[in-house]
Design a binder for this molecule. Structure first.
Ligand code: NAD
Length: 435
């Protein structure tokens, strides 16, 4: 099939590349000329494991192209995926301005039989809105579908090629069949292809993310309680996780959830509820609990140093909102850096992939270390914010030699407290009594 993808971010680039890899001819369109120029030079603007090789292979095979030319990307496409950003507006609702601009700009170039598919996470009713706008612009009905994306950054290729399920929202069975054909190479292991209305499909994406975020905020609240009750969150987690009704997934306490999806999608669903006169009590609590959780590491550090951070040397391991990505959007590390700088601390950071993105925000207000050990040189404490594999089994002797004070605030519970104590570290984990 001939496929057009609008927006070459984390979702659009992975979507376009994976469809090209399954034999389709794909043109990816973006308004960011610099991004397109880099892609055309063979540079991948984001870090996503496995993506570079896959892009290179499909560009070489002539199946994958990048352009800023709307007509070139859209006019021949049988299916057009919309994968532009839908960031939060000031009131928490999804800002659809980029999406509407795209709808307007692609309309004159659409083939009459083209299927226009929202891959972006969009509020319920957006498909219907696109149908109306296209009808107003073109004077005819267009085939519009919803196909939310469930990939996880850091495992995006694997998730796209082996999805747990594919959800499509369509008004007619034939549009569902077009999408089933496109996805069929990824459904060979009988993963479900779920066909529903666009409204249910749009809702499904928000509900999935909101439920996962709810689990995280729930376990974080429980972890904070454990600290005050001399209970250990890991024991409690095991105690509940073996209950087959509960399970272990997404019940790890930490420094709060971040990224470009959970924070904005929880708020957008809450805004949709308010818009319908429904009070989103759980969603509001999930969001507020998370905002508070992102402050926990900073609070613990400030308390440890008697409220005086001026001149305190704090090292941070991990900046990305999770491992195996360079994405720092809404990352807990950003909240921590803000707090530390506001208190006058001297901050040194290390992340295997996300340093450039953080440098773009903080410039020379913080120090960027070449490796984890350089970051902790003469540090008064270390805060661990992202659970990169690199940090799981460090050289503790080297750490002890480098640090001015052997003090660790672990926002991801990477180490065993007893071992840290025996090695002479003061170790503060989440949901555990400090040692
Ligand atoms: N990142 C994820 O893990 C993830 C997962 C599932 C769903 N989503 C959803 O997918 C959507 C995209 O997310 P993302 O992380 O890929 O965003 P992103 O910010 O990485 O990429 C968006 C891209 O769209 C481009 N763009 C903006 N306006 C445009 C226009 N008028 N014409 C062409 N291109 C335009 C931008 O230049 C950018 O390259 C969002 O709705 C998000 O919620 C994201």
């Amino acid at each position: 099939m001939r496929v057009g993808v609008v927006g070459t971010g984390y979702v659009g680039l992975v979507t376009g590349t994976c469809f090209a890899d399954s034999g389709n001819t794909v043109t990816c369109l973006d308004i960011n000329a610099d991004k397109i120029a880099r892609l055309n030079r063979g540079e991948i603007p984001i870090y996503e494991p496995g993506l570079e090789e896959l892009v290179e292979r499909n560009v070489r095979a002539g199946r994958l192209k990048f352009t800023t030319d709307t007509a070139a990307a859209i006019s021949g496409a049988e299916v057009v995926f919309l994968a532009v950003g839908t960031p939060p507006a000031a009131d928490g609702s999804a800002d659809l301005s980029a999406l509407w601009r795209v709808v307007e700009s692609i309309a004159p170039h659409l083939h009459p039989q083209a299927v226009i598919v929202t891959k972006s996470t969009v509020p319920v009713g957006t498909c219907a809105g696109i149908e109306q706008r296209l009808k107003a612009a073109l004077g005819r009905d267009c085939r519009v579908a919803s196909n939310p994306e469930f990939l996880k950054e850091g495992a995006a290729i694997e998730d796209f090629q082996k999805p747990d399920r594919v959800v499509v929202g369509v008004r007619s069975a034939d549009v569902g069949e077009v999408l089933r054909t496109l996805y069929s190479p990824f459904l060979r292991t009988e993963n479900p292809f779920l066909v529903m209305s666009p409204e249910s499909s749009e809702m499904t994406k928000y509900v999935a993310n909101a439920l996962l975020a709810t689990k995280i905020s729930f376990i974080n609240e429980v972890a904070n309680l454990c600290e005050r009750m001399e209970a250990d969150i890991d024991d409690v987690r095991r105690g509940i996780g073996h209950d087959s009704r509960i399970g272990f997934a997404f019940l790890f306490p930490g420094a709060g959830y971040g990224g470009s999806c959970f924070p904005k999608d929880v708020q957008a669903l809450a805004a949709m509820a308010r818009d319908k006169g429904v009070s989103p009590r759980i969603l509001t609590a999930v969001h507020e609990t998370n905002l508070a959780q992102k402050q926990v590491l900073g609070e613990k550090i400030a308390t440890h140093f008697g409220g005086r951070l001026t001149g305190t040397r704090v090292a941070i391991w991990g900046l990305a909102f999770k491992p195996r990505t360079d994405d720092v959007r809404d990352a807990p590390a950003i909240d921590l850096i803000e707090r530390l700088l506001a208190g006058g601390a001297v901050v040194s950071v290390y992340d295997p992939e996300a340093m450039a993105n953080v440098r773009g925000v903080y410039g020379d207000r913080i120090t960027y270390a070449a490796d984890p050990y350089e970051a902790i040189d003469r540090a008064d404490c270390l805060a661990i914010v992202t659970e990169w594999g690199d940090f799981r089994r460090p050289d503790f002797d080297e750490m002890a030699r480098r640090m001015a004070s052997r003090t660790i605030f672990d926002g991801r519970n990477l180490y065993a407290p007893a071992e840290m104590k025996s090695r002479g570290f003061a170790y503060h984990a989440i949901g555990k009594t400090p040692v």
